[in-house]
Design a protein around this ligand. Structure first.
Ligand code: UDP
Ligand code: MG
Length: 325
């Protein structure tokens, strides 16, 4: 009997835990009924509370009393959705793992289709958004720009992809062997390859609460992910250098010609402009290099991706209280 794990990162989702569990349990009941005893799927729901400040973890523990298929962990602080997803992957023991949001924006109705594709040989089943659901104009613009840049940088069409995915055990194990700390789940699951299929879904409205993304956190997320997947900004520095050199040669020749012709007075504006432009380019380049240096520094320190502070009673001791990478 194949075991399907559902991994749900949850940050302050107190009110969404119960509905999410109910929807999932019902989905699997319906799925098993459909196959009428010929095929049966076991499931487990892995909640990763990402340092929630409300009663998310307590709700998980409470739910676990009634639904034995629930596993839950709590982080010692907010480590971000990426860390939460990877913690969930680490704990999940299913033959296939489905990652989805705990606010029910990813519809549970898509799960049977994902499992079907997995059964017929797909190793990664990608959830593709048909529309982006209800989002503010500004958010939509920002997200659109981000995905266009990302798609260009990492040569993968990211626009309608999401974190809603089914991964085969093989793929999960591969992802867990990647040593990097700054992960970008959405792109990494492309990067590892394997046989992929797509399913399409409409983004639902958030069940309860508000989106956890502020504009600032989105911009930070965008820059981190773009630079963790591409060194193009660094190459850009080289190109700016070449441009300056070519420009410098042309201007140098002009200056020398003027000097030998005895007409070299004036040109003060040029000097000021050049200092400003070159100075700006230099600072920018240093900034880009500095950013990558900072990222290398972070990776080299090798701190764990997350720290677990609490777990439900059915989580094995190998996870309990350990600093997991
Ligand atoms: N989330 C998380 N840690 C965070 C922010 C978000 O685990 O620091 C979870 C959140 O609980 C939800 C999912 O990631 O299950 C998506 O977050 P949200 O709904 O806020 O984002 P949106 O759907 O607006 O993109
Ligand atoms: Mg959401």
């Amino acid at each position: 009997m194949p075991l399907i794990s559902i991994v749900m990162p949850a940050y302050n989702e107190e009110a969404n835990i119960k509905p999410a569990v109910a929807a999932l349990v019902q989905t699997f009941e319906a799925l098993n009924k459909k196959y009428d005893g010929n095929k049966k799927y076991d499931h487990e729901i892995v909640f990763v509370s990402d340092g929630s400040k409300d009663g998310t973890f307590e709700t998980i523990v409470e739910e676990r009393k009634a639904v034995s298929s629930i596993k839950g962990i709590e982080f010692s602080r907010n480590f971000g959705k990426e860390a939460a997803i990877f913690a969930g992957l680490e704990i999940a023991s299913g033959d296939a793992v489905i990652v989805m949001d705990s606010d029910l924006q990813h519809p549970v109705d898509t799960i049977p289709e994902m499992i079907e594709k997995w059964e017929s040989g797909a190793e990664v089943v990608e959830g593709i958004k048909l529309s982006r659901g209800k989002e503010g104009f500004f958010h939509r613009m920002a997200a659109g720009t981000f995905y266009r840049i990302m798609s260009f940088l990492i040569k993968i069409d990211m626009n309608s992809s999401s974190d809603f995915k089914l991964l085969d055990r093989k793929v999960v194990d591969t992802l867990l062997t990647l040593p990097e700390r700054n992960t970008f789940f959405r792109a990494l699951s492309f990067w590892v390859g394997y046989k992929r299929e797509e399913v399409y879904y409409e983004v639902r409205e958030r069940q309860s609460g508000v989106s956890k993304w502020s504009f600032r956190s989105l911009v930070r997320y965008a820059i981190r992910n773009a630079t963790s997947f591409s060194t193009l900004p660094l190459q850009l520095v080289t190109w700016m250098g070449w441009l300056s050199i070519v420009f410098g040669i042309v201007l140098g020749i002009q200056t020398l010609v003027k000097f030998f012709m005895g007409t070299s007075l004036g040109g003060f504006t040029t000097v000021i402009l050049l200092i400003l432009i070159i100075g700006g380019l230099l600072m920018l380049s240093l900034g880009i290099i500095g950013h990558y240096l900072g990222r290398i520094y972070e990776e080299v320190k090798g701190r764990p991706k997350y720290i677990i502070s609490k777990v439900t009673d059915n989580i094995s001791d190998s996870v309990k209280g350990v600093w997991k990478k």
